[in-house]
Design a protein around this ligand. Structure first.
Ligand code: DUC
Ligand code: ZN
Ligand code: ZN
Length: 469
């Protein structure tokens, strides 16, 4: 009986800290040998001239999340994870979103039902806390944290999601007591609604005005306030989807004062600008997300913040709405005012290839940094490390074998999500994850899916490893 179910031979292996030539032996879904492996495996993969990287961990995506009357997310727990896998991601963390008035436990039960038997890759849930009642703070959240839901997103904007400062303090205080991580969407709600009303009154309703209704200042102010609240409680916090220098400056300042404030950014802030909201007709709606993409100089600053460790996490914020049909971007009509367009863009499948191409291949960032940003750091921050996010003896054999030279033109027809567009249509990238393994099983090879929906396992998260980030 062979020692290994699978041996990957001769690949250039990279982790968050090292790069070396090695064979990888896999048994029962785990990595059990690294180095020169003389014995043959039941199966073998030749990875000569290929890179073998940890499968990506996408720590911010929205799937099958109710988003308002008449609006439906295009991706569920079949199509979203499948699309992620084709893009080299082997773990996702979508959200279980509490509706105001709903118990958090009921929300979690609901999302487990949505996900049951569907995902092709492993997944955990973050919670979205919209109604932090005494019962939620005192009982439900502590119990859920112990059950493996150790991170929750809270919002400072969106009427049906937002918390006031006092509620935010309650959540942060609970996170400190129970050793959990708060993720915060930092935009000032009153500024946005005031600016929106003004723009609409002036007849400025085209998609491009979305960016004017949410300028950098509203993100900066909310980021600064959120950091002050976390400082008051003395607890780590992650600012999600940071879009530009104003918010980055707040985070960097907090870090320089020794605060455990982390930052996440997403492809839209490196590869899109607000000019994309000003396409012909209603096409700009395809690029509406919040915070909005900024300008070319902001993109540069976001790159810098990834390179100087201010931002430690790179996620997709995949929020999938179809352009055509009446349940997505156009649910309020062909030329609806920007404030009625659902916020969000697809990105699960393109997240890694975009950063690999423009980061690693272009020479901006090391391969180790790429791995840290896209796999190791999120696995640590969300209590999944070292099971996920690295290549080490004992870790799950979640691996992506990249052809670092393959040129791919991104075309929506070649992607595997259920959205009818990609904001990156026509963009050429170099490097693509050709073979993807999840717990030792080959799930993607030769452009095909080789695994059944539903094989993915639910992961319980441990406490965030913030000391090490
Ligand atoms: N903004 C969010 O806050 N969530 C989903 C998508 C978006 O654009
Ligand atoms: Zn958000
Ligand atoms: Zn989001």
């Amino acid at each position: 009986m062979p020692l290994f179910d699978l041996v990957i031979r001769n690949g250039r292996v990279a982790t968050g800290s090292d790069e070396f030539l090695a064979d990888i032996g896999i048994k029962d879904g785990h990595i059990t040998a690294l180095g020169e492996i003389p014995s043959k495996g039941t199966r073998e993969i030749d990875a000569t001239d290929k890179l073998v990287l940890p499968g990506g961990v996408d720590a911010h995506c929205h799937l099958d999340q109710p988003s308002g009357d008449g609006i439906k997310m295009a991706d569920d727990f079949v199509t979203g994870p499948r699309s992620a896998a084709f893009g080299g991601t082997t773990t996702i963390l979508p959200f279980a979103c509490q509706e105001k008035g709903q118990s958090l436990r009921a929300a979690v039960t609901d999302y487990h039902a949505r996900a049951a038997g569907k995902s092709v890759i492993d997944f955990a849930f973050h919670l979205i806390v919209t109604d932090p009642t005494a019962q939620v703070i005192g009982q439900e959240l502590p119990a859920l944290i112990r059950d493996g839901y150790t991170s929750f997103k809270i919002y400072m904007t969106y009427d049906d999601l937002k918390l006031n400062d006092r509620q935010i303090l309650d959540v942060l205080d609970l996170a400190r007591r129970e050793d959990a991580l708060t993720m915060i969407h930092a935009e000032n709600a009153d500024c946005i609604s005031w600016l929106t009303d003004k723009l609409v009154q002036e007849g400025h309703t085209a998609p491009k005005y979305h960016a004017q209704a949410r300028p950098p200042l509203v993100e900066r102010e909310a980021t600064q306030r959120a950091i002050a609240l976390a400082e008051l409680i003395d607890v780590p916090m992650l600012v999600v989807h940071v879009s530009g220098p104003e918010a980055i400056e707040q985070i960097r300042n907090a870090q320089s004062r020794g605060l455990k404030i982390f930052g996440e950014t997403c492809p839209q802030y490196l590869f899109m600008t607000m000019d994309d909201l000003d396409l012909d007709g209603f096409e700009g709606a395809k690029h509406i997300c919040s915070p909005p993409p900024r300008d070319a100089s902001s993109q540069k600053q976001v790159w810098n913040a990834l390179l100087n460790d201010t931002l430690k996490i790179f996620s997709s914020d995949h929020a999938p709405f179809r352009y055509e049909g009446g349940d997505g971007k156009k649910h309020a009509g062909e030329l609806a005012s920007f404030e009625h367009v659902p916020n969000g863009i697809p990105g699960l499948e393109t997240r890694l290839p975009l950063l690999f191409s423009e980061g690693v291949v272009s020479g901006r960032m090391s391969l180790n940094r790429f791995v840290r940003l896209t796999a190791t750091n999120p696995a640590k921050l969300y209590g999944l490390y070292p099971r996920k996010g690295t290549i080490a003896i004992g870790s799950d054999a979640d691996l992506a074998i990249w052809d670092p030279q393959k040129e791919v033109t991104i075309r929506n027809e070649d992607l595997h999500h259920a959205v009818d567009y990609t904001p990156y249509e026509g963009r050429i990238v170099t490097g693509w994850p050709e073979t993807v393994l999840s717990r030792g099983e080959i799930i993607i090879q030769d452009g095909h899916l080789h695994a059944a929906s539903g094989r993915g396992e639910f992961l319980r998260c441990a406490a965030p490893m913030t000391a090490d980030l």
